[in-house]
Design a protein around this ligand. Structure first.
Ligand code: NDP
Length: 276
């Protein structure tokens, strides 16, 4: 499928993000360029990394080698907790950008609220400045709970364009998704496959058989139909391609309902109130 056929979600500042992207959490730097190259060859144009992943340089090498025009790419990176605070954020952003070999990022996220550090409001002011200067096309957050979002936006110039949160059939995040809808924040799902933990669920396996697709494809389709932005990760080329092949079938309302019943508070990562 042509990259241009991937639907986009329009962010609250008019910037468009591809609804399906490629994540590189836990991919070692020296394997990242190969994984990202496979993704770009498959048609992915949105890549999600973070300073703490230690692989921004690998992402940058693949982007440069692809020869793709910069404006066709959508690159997200994230501010690590230890770098929060106004000046530290600006410095950390420069480091990320130079590792990526880019002169702007499409989306920059505060990785975690780290509430005990109490620096996310100061960090956000730095993201507002980066957006204002054109160093980032959109500013967002990750792992923010409704209370963190309310505190962040009180008196802020910008409303986050995105909140990237853990979201999959085992953790459907109803409360945050409606908060986002109400405030014009796009929902981006991390660990969209629950790192594989939901792929053996009977309902998912049965729907996969019914549609002649894989369990991962059913889960990704469920996300797309909910309107989530998704960034599945794989270092396995067949899976990278499989995860991109999700635009030729649709789940019925009844099938979406059957998947809704799988919500059970399953977290594969830390709780945002607790990670500092
Ligand atoms: P995912 O839910 O994307 O699952 C990745 C795992 O599933 C890997 O073990 C992969 O194996 C396997 N897998 C991928 N595709 C398939 C498939 N088609 N069939 C079977 N198994 C499959 O988990 P992640 O935690 O990586 O989340 C995705 C991205 O979200 C991250 O890479 C990162 O960019 C972002 N993220 C953000 C966080 C945040 O705090 N903001 C936290 C965590 C993730 P293999 O690679 O061996 O093929």
């Amino acid at each position: 499928m042509a990259p241009s056929a991937v639907p986009t979600v329009t962010l609250n500042n008019g910037v468009e993000i591809p609804q399906l992207g490629f994540g590189v959490f836990q991919v070692p730097d020296d394997e990242t360029a190969a994984a990202v190259t496979t993704a770009l060859e498959t048609g992915y144009r949105s890549i999600d990394t973070a300073a703490i992943y230690g692989n921004e340089a690998g992402v940058g090498r693949a982007l440069a080698a692809s020869g793709l025009p910069r404006e066709e790419l959508f690159v997200t990176t994230k501010l690590w907790n230890a770098d929060q605070g106004y000046d530290d954020t600006l410095r950390a952003f420069d480091t990320s950008l130079s590792k990526l070999g880019l002169d702007y990022a499409d989306l920059y996220l505060i990785h975690w609220p780290a509430p005990a550090r109490d620096l996310y409001r100061a960090s956000w002011r730095a993201l507002e400045r980066l957006a204002d200067e054109g160093s980032i096309r959109a500013a967002g957050v990750s792992n923010f709970q409704p209370g963190h979002l309310a505190r962040l936006t009180d008196g802020a110039q910008l409303i986050p364009a995105v909140n990237q949160i853990e979201l999959h059939p085992g953790l459907q995040q109803e409360e945050l998704r409606s908060f986002h809808a109400e405030h014009g924040i796009a929902t981006e799902a991390w660990s969209p496959l629950a790192q594989g933990a939901v792929l053996g669920e009977r309902v998912i396996v049965d729907l996969a058989a019914r549609h002649g697709k894989s369990p991962a494809q059913v889960v990704l389709r469920w996300h797309l139909q909910l309107g989530n932005v998704v960034i599945p990760k794989s270092v396995t080329p067949t899976r990278v391609r499989e995860n991109f092949d999700v635009f030729d079938f649709a789940l019925t309302d009844e099938e979406m309902g059957a998947l809704a019943a799988l919500d059970r508070g399953l977290r594969t990562g830390p709780h945002p109130d607790e990670l500092n």
